[in-house]
Design a binder for this molecule. Sequence first.
Ligand code: TRP
Length: 463
Amino acid sequence: MKDNSNTGKQEGTRTTSDRFSTGLGVLMATLGSAVGLGNIWKFPYLTGSNGGAAFLVIYIICTILVGYPIMIAEHSLGRKGRGDAVSTFKKLAPKSVWWIVGAMGILAAFLIMAYYTEVAGWVFAYVFKSFGSGLLSTDPAVTTSVFTSLVTNPVQSLVWQWVVLIVVSAIILMGVTKGIEGTTKKLLPILAILLVIIGIRSITLPNAAQGLSFLFKPDFSKITAATVLTALGLAFFKLSIGMGAMLTYGSYYGDSQNIPANAARVVAADLTVSILAGIAIFPAVFSFGFEPAAGTQLLFITIPSVFASMPFGKFFMILFFLLTSFAAIGAMISLVEVVVAFLVNYAGMDRKKATLLTAAGMAVFGSLAALSNSSLSAVTIFGKTFFDFYDFTTSNIFLPVGGLLLAVFTAWIWGWNKFHATTSNEGTITNVSFTRIIFSILKYVTPILVAIILLAGLNIVHL
Ligand code: TRP
């Protein structure tokens, strides 16, 4: 997208120059949003804390049964509405209150960014730490102390978070087509190849088999309703659905792009990257005696041990954190874009001002998360630090509720005729029976399943 300010006042209107220029660009940009710290950091940490393989199985079911249909719904609504999350609802359902779903998404974007920028800040910091030799160790005590000294330092935590926000804002100011399409296209495949290399080293470590069976041999005995909600929330988070990011991206899609096919590729690629990250991490966890349930620090304390045990380890470690920071940037761009698109399209704000204002707002929310391990470690909401509170409420409440409402809107308000017309590109793709299934899932399965998981997982209803 070039400068949007000329079309900004016309609600929900986009010129062809706003759209992604090629089919590959659409796929890569969507992937750029989906693949990020959710895959490399969050997926391993939650899988480790929730017992391994059984969690993975539930997560995969949630991804296919709930995530994939919602991604199709968001892309379709977005392409039809051709606007930001709020304008699209106002356009597709005038005189109703459905725009609140879009507004909720904008709030969710702030809350997610508040802690996402902090984790991204750790990744940025690790790029630099990788050049030294303090990190290259297989001793849990050593790698843990490097991490702890970073996160308990309030100045470093804040500064890295601001660096992240400045980098992301600068990229956004350059525009969607150049910024997103350009970078992600080149870097994601390299990240995937690097993960394969790390994975090969990890599974050839002594006792690697234990890590693989942790990841792939399910034991459902420890699964609770809260675990299922966590898996569902992770599925939403990883696919960037439930808060209007994919809806906003859908508004940039050209009329000839095949939405269901594109979404399937995104889901498959996103899942592949996560599993590769799991294979890179868990064998090493067991081989060197790390704790799989170490929580948010898992990636940062374990992955250096794999590099410490491979040739050219330092080089690969620098490359790994560098590529991970690029993946994180791609994902953050989509989060910031939800807010910026709203401010530009709906509020008629100039694109530059909108971006700076959004970044400033995120810095305010974010600083509370950045200081969660230092100055504010004793401040808690519902027993959680700001960091954990943002993490928990966005994935386990905002995104599932947003996804549920998006599914209900698509199937019950927008309806079959419009859904089918959009997903089949006005009848030019013959996929009626497939979209029928997706539509029925959105209409019945998603709302009921998500509602049950939410109520049970939050302990509102006891099953
Ligand atoms: N999916 C991204 C990841 O895995 C994070 C992300 C980007 C996101 N945009 C989003 C999560 C919108 C929820 C909603 O890192």
